[in-house]
Design a protein around this ligand. Sequence first.
Ligand code: SF4
Length: 464
Amino acid sequence: MHYGVAFAGKLREACGVCGGFADDQPMAFLTCFALYALQHRGQESAGITAGPGEGRKLWIKRGLGLVSDVFPDSADLKGIVCKLAVGHVRYPYGLEGRDPENTQPLKLRYRHGELAVAHNGKLLNALELREELECQGAIFQTDTDSELLAHMVARQGSESLEEALVEVMPRLKGAFAFVVTDGRKVIGLRDGFGFRPLSLAALEGGGYFLASETCAFDTIGATFIRDLEPGEMVVLDEEGLHSRQIIDNPSTNLCVFEYIYFARPDSNLQGRNVHLVRRELGRRLAREHPVEADIVSGVPDSSIAAASGFAEEAELPYEMALVKNRYIGRTFIKPTQKMREEGVDIKLNAVRKIVEGKRVVLVDDSIVRGTTSLKLIRIMKRAGATKVHLRISSPPVIGSCYYGIDTPDKHDLIAYKRNAEEIAAMTGADSIGFLSMAEVVASLELPKDVFCDACFSCNYPVEP
Ligand code: SF4
C-alpha cells in the first residue's frame, strides 16, 4: 500500500534513504528490500550504489519508476560483491523536477576516489551555497542538494570523508538526512534541527543499517537500535559503528506530518508506533468533534487507523465506505489540476450498499487544497449518503513547508484565512471538525517542542 502516495491535494514526502555496512551480507540485495519498504516515501525514482568492487569502484544502478521497475530482478543483486550499499527513493521536489539526471544516489569522483550521496530533505541555503561554488568555478550537473554536498566535501582539504563532513555540516541550513559512502564506509547524517527521520539497526549476522523509517529494518530482519540524534554523524565501517555529534546546540523538530500521514503505520518514530498514534488521534477527534451519525469510514489508506479510533470512541460501526483502486497510475504524474481531480474518481469509489441512506462520518488525515475532500463528499452523496460529516485528524494546514515537503503556496491552501464553516461549505460537507494541536500533542505523549508543526502554526523553527 502506498501510504505516502498522494491523492489530489495531499502533502508529499520528499524521499527515503537507507544504507549499511556488513562483512558478510548481500548488502545491495538487502538495500533493495529496504527500498521496497520505503517506497511510500518516493515513487518517482529509485537507485542503489554498492561496493567496493574491483579497483575500489562503486557499482550503481538508478532509474525512473518504482523500485520494482528499476530492479525487476532483485535476486541478481545477490551476485554483487560488496560490503556496503546506499539506496534512495525519490519524490521530486522544487528545482529537482522530474529530470532523470536528478535520480539518486548521486555518484562522482574526487581526489580520494568515488563518492556517492543520497539525501532526504531540503537545504534552505542551497541557492546561496550553489552560487558561491559556481563563482569559484564549480560546474553542477544536477539540481540536487546531494551534488551540492559532494562539491563541498570535495573542496575540503580533509584527509577523510568524515573530517570533510564535519567541516561542511555546520554550513548546511535546513532539513536533511544524508547517507553517504566513499566505498570504505557508510556515513549517516541528520540535520541539527532533527526535521527528517533517520534510524539505526543491527543486521542479523553482523553489521549495521540506516534507514529513514524503521519499517525497512523489519523487511530485512535487522534489529532497531535507536534514532540518530539531530546533528549526529554515524560512521559504519570495518571496525563497526562510530558516532559523533557534529552540530553545536542541536534541537529536535521532527516533522509532525510523519505521524499524521507520511510514515508507514508499522514504523516507529521517537519510540511511538505510527499506527497507534493515528488511532489515538482518531479517538481524540471523536471526543473533540462528536456528531450524530450511523457509520464511520476512513479515506484509504492513511486515514484508516484514525477512523477506527474515531469509531471505537464514538461507539459507531466502522465501515469500508470507500474502496481504492490500487491499479490506477499515481495521480501526481498527471499535469493539470483538473486531471488530478478526475484521478480521484478513478481511484476511489463508494460502496453504495453501505452508505445509502446513512449519515457518514468521513475521517481524513489532513486537508490541503480541499479538492480531494470535495470529490470524496460528492462520491459519497452520489452513492446515497444522507449526510457526510468530515473529521480531520490534524489541524487546518495554513502555511507552506520549507523543509522538504511539497506543499502548495499558502494562498492555495483551503484553510488559509478560512474558518471551519467556510471550508465545510466549499467541500460540500455537512459539518467539519479539525483535531486541535493540543490534542495532537496529547496523542503523541511528547513535549510540544520536539516536533515541527509549522504548516499548522506558521511557527517555523528555522527562518525559511
Ligand atoms: Fe512537516 Fe509541516 Fe514542519 Fe514541513 S512545516 S516539516 S510538513 S510539520
